[in-house]
Design a protein around this ligand. Structure first.
Ligand code: CP
Ligand code: NVA
Length: 318
């Protein structure tokens, strides 16, 4: 046990003071170590008290899981969270980001930000003198991916050589799954209709980061995408900010519902994942969501453990 803790700490010490804006911001070794630490925290093998550190949450989009899991993670680390929703701060009245980021850096120890443009997140990171965490942008959802692969690791042990098939929109969640999966040696297949593929630059980046021969592929046939996979994953067809495209997307994604027929094409031990919130009868059938293969609520819980590990590393608590 001691040697496991020592090797995890050695891998994560370099993250102290860093930002986490993308799944690609950390190394393969650090990604695996974060999952290891998350498991230790979840199983009660590690307790970390950071003293009274403060996390500021700036969320310009709705959130249940990310907001609450960050709040609870910080409480478990002996710290606190301050809600800095733009509606209740001067941000909402136009105070410049560069002033806000510098002022908040004098009060808080770390910021978690949910917004639309990745560039806005990068601007916060530029102006802040404390770690900034991506709590979801239009480009990525890296905290989600940590919890997702933690859930897969719990199901299968060694992740290397396993295959995760994501069926749906090539969106922020798909991007972070490709990057994080590649760093963990997991084959990631994105099954999506033409016109809804992940960004080619992110696909290339994931391929360049891949370890242990992991393959990253984009496939337009959903059956081919899921065939033999150990984990099947989906997300909403219209993400936050795309609500006006809902009807058009429902047409485009016909055949991409994660239902019993698609599940039957996967590995017989396959688990089903969804980042939530879910729309039963659209991207996932009610039966698959509630069926015996679903690990969706374990996955939601794992947001807490993965983010607790991340906060401990970024705040130098190891
Ligand atoms: N999966 C996820 O990020 O959920 P929330 O939008 O509720 O935070
Ligand atoms: N792709 C979804 C994820 C929600 C957690 C969105 O951005 O709305």
């Amino acid at each position: 046990m001691a040697s496991v803790c020592t090797s995890v700490a050695a891998a994560l010490t370099a993250l102290s003071g860093s930002d986490f804006l993308s799944s690609a911001d950390i190394t393969a070794e650090q990604t695996a170590a974060l999952l290891q630490l998350a498991i230790q925290l979840k199983q009660g093998e590690r307790r970390i008290d950071l003293g009274n550190r403060v996390l500021g949450l700036i969320f310009t989009k709705a959130s249940t899981r990310t907001r609450v899991s960050f709040q609870v993670a910080m409480a478990r680390l002996g710290g606190q969270t301050v809600d800095l929703n733009p509606q209740v701060t001067q941000l909402g009245r136009g105070e410049p980001l560069e002033d806000t980021a510098r002022v908040l850096s004098r009060f808080c120890d770390v910021l978690a930000i949910r917004t639309f443009a990745q560039q806005e997140l990068a601007d916060y990171a530029h102006w802040a003198s404390i770690p900034v965490i991506n709590a979801l942008t239009d480009l990525e959802h890296p905290c989600q991916a940590l919890a997702d692969f933690l859930t897969m690791q719990e199901a299968f042990g060694d992740l290397r050589g396993q295959t995760l098939a994501y069926v749906g929109d090539g969106n922020n969640v798909a991007h972070s799954l490709m990057l994080c999966g590649a760093l963990l040696g997991v084959n990631v297949r994105i099954g999506c209709p033409e016109g809804f593929e992940p960004l080619p630059g992110v696909v290339d980046q994931a391929r360049s980061l891949a370890v242990h021969g992991a393959q990253v592929s984009v496939i337009t046939d959903p059956v081919e995408a899921v065939r033999g996979a150990q984990a099947l994953y989906t997300d909403v067809w219209a993400s936050m900010g795309q609500e006006q495209e809902q009807a058009e997307r429902e047409q485009a994604f016909q055949g991409f519902c994660l239902d019993e027929d698609l599940l039957a094409e996967a590995d017989s031990r396959a688990i089903v994942l969804h980042c939530l919130p879910a729309h039963r009868g659209e991207e996932i059938s009610a039966g698959v969501m509630e069926g015996s293969s679903s690990r969706i609520f374990d996955q939601a819980e794992n947001r807490l453990h993965a983010q607790q590990a991340l906060l401990a590393a970024l705040l130098g608590g190891l």
